[in-house]
Design a protein around this ligand. Structure first.
Ligand code: AP5
Length: 228
């Protein structure tokens, strides 16, 4: 991190959607396709928890309960990460913003560098399917590639397709009780952002109940148009 903001016209894309909608899965595919940087506030917060920072210590119990971490903490973490040099390539925000306060802070942050949001894409899904998606999720401990017991298993069982690591992990908050709280937080605090971005003329919506690759194709077309 160089601590400065970047005057840039680099693209800024937002993926909105409840837990399990496929934000992380699709963000990683878009990252590869368009050379953008995936910024997941969930990942940044989990890294802060693992590192034992003050922000991480405050966030841990809130995340374990499936509630939203305070706007101040999340905005500060995102602001720091956006100042990293690699973000000058353009970013896909995965899990941020999640409240109107965060969305307004993002607009202010981007205005400092002359940037704007190219598109906020809502991944529309049925709540009922999300528990199945989340309870089957696991990731590679080596490279972070995401998998699912049923929907996206590694080609060779127990071996990561990407980096060939053989260790995998599951998230502490991926249990039925916490998922219910996370869905509730999404509907109460995050779903109003659909209207927020519609009013800005930046909203796109995708039916995210289909196959991963079909959704990726649709998203890719939206991103191509939004960043042209
Ligand atoms: P975060 O890490 O952002 O979690 P989340 O929003 O709950 O989203 P998930 O990561 O669970 O789901 P996803 O949409 O990325 O789905 P995925 O692609 O993995 O946040 C965790 C916590 O951190 C929050 O609860 C909060 O406490 C805190 N936090 C984070 N950001 C914050 C913020 N801005 N403000 C305040 N607090 C914040 O897919 C799920 C599974 O389904 C995978 O196994 C995948 O392989 C599979 N899958 C994906 N797509 C499909 C498909 N089309 N068909 C079948 N399976 C699929």
């Amino acid at each position: 991190m160089d601590g400065t903001t970047h005057p840039t016209t680099a693209p800024v894309l937002i993926l909105l959607g409840p837990p399990g909608a496929g934000k992380g899965t699709q963000a990683r595919m878009l990252e590869e396709q368009f050379g953008l940087v995936q910024l997941s506030t969930g990942d940044l917060l989990r890294a802060a928890v693992a590192a034992g920072t003050e922000a991480g210590k405050s966030a841990k119990a809130v995340m374990d309960a499936g509630e939203l971490v305070s706007d101040d903490i999340v905005i500060a973490i995102l602001r720091d990460r956006l100042a990293d040099d690699d973000c000058a390539r353009g970013v896909i925000l995965d899990g941020f913003p999640r409240t109107t306060v965060q969305a307004e802070a993002l607009d202010t942050l981007l205005a400092e560098t002359g940037q704007k949001i190219n598109a906020a894409i809502s991944l529309d899904v049925d709540d009922a399917a999300m528990v199945t998606r989340i309870s089957g999720r696991f990731t590679c401990a080596g490279c972070g590639e995401g998998y699912h017991d049923t929907f996206k298993a590694p080609a060779t069982a127990g071996v990561c397709d990407k980096c060939q690591a053989t260790e995998f992990k599951r998230r502490a908050d991926d249990n039925a009780e916490t998922v219910a709280a996370r869905l509730e937080a999404y509907h109460a605090q995050t779903s109003p952002l659909i209207a927020f971005y519609q009013a800005q003329g930046a909203l796109a919506r995708v039916n995210a109940m289909g196959a991963i690759n079909d959704i990726a194709t649709e998203l890719g077309a939206i991103v191509k148009t939004a960043t042209a």
